[in-house]
Ligand binder design. Structure first.
Ligand SMILES: Nc1ncnc2c1ncn2[C@@H]1O[C@H](COP(=O)(O)OP(=O)(O)OP(=O)(O)O)[C@@H](O)[C@H]1O
Ligand SMILES: [Mg+2]
Length: 479
């Protein structure tokens, strides 16, 4: 196999070397998988049609442990094995490209005995007199002959690998040494020629770059895997949270409904019994029937509220003039406003275009807000409605001069069943928030005790519908 080298002239030899480097370089680009790459590198070094060493091994530096670790070894374990391999290889693959195609990245299923031996080697980088460490420190190749007598070769290394002569070359990428290659001619017994060492050096530079790339890629892959895992965990946590939130809402709702039902039911039961006991006492029957009817009304109202909350449908949106909707709700509440000595002021923006809303749901929103404002202004007051717009949203402010809210109420007012009002279900604001969110908008509250409250509603403008990039900055309390 090596006879080729002796026959060719210098020029032909150089051309041949360059062609080998080119072919191996191309082959090295074939994989970013580190074990595959290391195997490919060593296969190139031991290929008769390439560098033609008998055995080769790669050691890489573990910077954390400060040791040089054996990674891969390619080569036969005995002379017979060597001969068998060479025979097979020389038979069907004279050409390097085809050879690497067949043997390059095909890592054997089971690690060879030689590979296992290599993987057992760990050399502390502090062993300065070890030729392997010296190769790294001095960033140059060493050719060792008569290894048995050479003080740079540790005895145990020699006993393990039984090499009489071998060569070490640094694997250096961008000026940094990341490991070494050790190659020998065990079994073939050919001397290691200087030009072969040079070629191995050139090859090692290519290999080091490829190894560094593969390691960087592996790190990137690990990072991506970590990120994916973190993302999955986050999603699971979010699902759990949503589930528990839903359960908490249902639990609260059940407790609230049970509590609210108990009083009317007791009253109904009591008065029904009284009617049964005194069926002829028309006064008692009438009084009982009135109370029963009032309590049943209360129950019906509560039931309607709870049902309303649990089945807010997806909005059925149409292009609408929001001012008209507000005006109609105001008109509907006119008698109530008058009763409570409440005046309405409006400051509508002329620039506000039609927006996409579910008209019924928006009526519900304004009704809920007006109702709350009315309850908050027991001695009369004013409601000011201001509309405007920014780049992406129509903005509607509804301001009252009522009792306002302390921090604790602001924090809880959107929670279902949170109420401070006798007879309130605490669903008005929860429903309002849900509707606005379904419209891809948001609702904020600005409130000061004894001064009043502003509800600020953002609803997406029509042309912004599909690409809402800018959600306005949150002010005190936002939904
Ligand atoms: N404009 C406001 N001024 C002062 N407090 C308010 C105002 N709006 C809401 N609140 C407070 O927030 C609480 C929750 O309001 P929400 O509308 O959700 O329930 P509610 O009015 O109590 O009951 P309902 O379900 O009948 O509307 C109120 O009980 C009240 O304490
Ligand atoms: Mg309310």
């Amino acid at each position: 196999m090596l006879s080729i080298w002796e026959d060719v002239t210098q020029i032909e030899k150089q051309t041949y070397e360059l062609s080998i480097l080119r072919q191996v370089g191309q082959a090295l680009q074939r994989t970013l998988n580190l074990p595959e790459l290391l195997h490919l590198i060593l296969t190139s070094i031991t290929a008769g049609c390439a560098l033609g060493f008998s055995r080769a091994m790669v050691f890489l530096i573990d910077p954390e442990k400060n040791v040089l670790e054996g990674k891969v070894g390619v080569g036969p374990m005995s002379e017979e094995e060597a001969r068998a391999v060479w025979n097979e290889i020389s038979k069907d693959h004279a050409n390097l490209e085809a050879f690497l195609e067949k043997y390059g990245t095909n890592i054997p299923h089971e690690e060879s005995s030689f590979g296992k031996m290599v993987q057992n080697v760990k050399i502390p980088l502090t062993e300065e007199n070890n030729v392997l460490v010296k190769t790294i420190r001095e960033k140059k190749p060493f050719k060792i002959d008569n290894a048995w007598e050479n003080p740079l070769v540790p005895k145990d290394f020699e006993e393990t690998f039984q090499e009489d002569s071998f060569v070490t070359v640094p694997l250096s990428a961008k000026g940094r040494v990341i490991g070494i290659i050790v190659a020998d001619n065990k079994y073939s017994e050919f001397p290691i020629e200087d030009d072969r060492v040079e070629l191995l050096m050139l090859f090692a530079n290519q290999a080091a770059l490829a190894i560094e790339n593969a390691e960087a890629y592996k790190k990137l892959e690990d990072k991506v895997a970590q990120l994916n895992e973190a993302f999955e965990r986050l999603q699971e946590a979010q699902d759990r949270l949503l589930r528990s939130e839903r359960l908490a809402v249902i639990g609260k709702m059940a407790a609230h409904v049970a509590h609210e039902i108990r009083n009317p039911l007791t009253a109904i039961g009591g008065f029904a019994r009284r009617i049964l006991e005194h069926p002829d006492d028309t006064r008692k029957v009438k009084q009982g029937a009135e109370i029963i009817s009032k309590e049943v009304n209360r129950l019906e109202k509560m039931l309607a509220n709870v049902l309303n909350f649990t089945k807010i449908a997806r909005p059925f949106k149409k292009s609408r003039d929001i001012h008209r909707i507000i005006d109609e709700v105001i008109q509907l509440h006119d008698p109530l406003f008058k009763d409570h000595k409440i005046t309405i002021d409006k400051s509508y923006s002329q620039d506000l275009p039609e927006i996409l809303v579910d008209e019924d749901q928006m009526r519900q929103v304004f009704t809920n807000i007006f109702t709350n404002s009315i309850y908050s202004m027991t001695k009369g007051g004013k409601i000011l409605i201001t509309t405007g717009l920014d780049d992406a949203y129509a903005i509607i402010d509804i301001q009252d001069t009522g009792i306002g809210m302390p921090e604790e109420v602001i924090e809880n007012m959107f929670n279902p069943f949170y109420t401070n009002r006798q007879g309130g279900t605490g669903l008005g604001m929860a429903v309002t928030q849900k509707i606005i969110q379904e419209h891809e908008g948001k609702v904020e509250v600005i409130s000061e005790v004894e001064k009043g409250t502003i509800f600020r509603i953002y609803l997406p403008l029509k042309n912004q519908e599909k690409n809402l990039t800018k959600i306005p900055e949150a002010t005190p309390q936002s939904a």
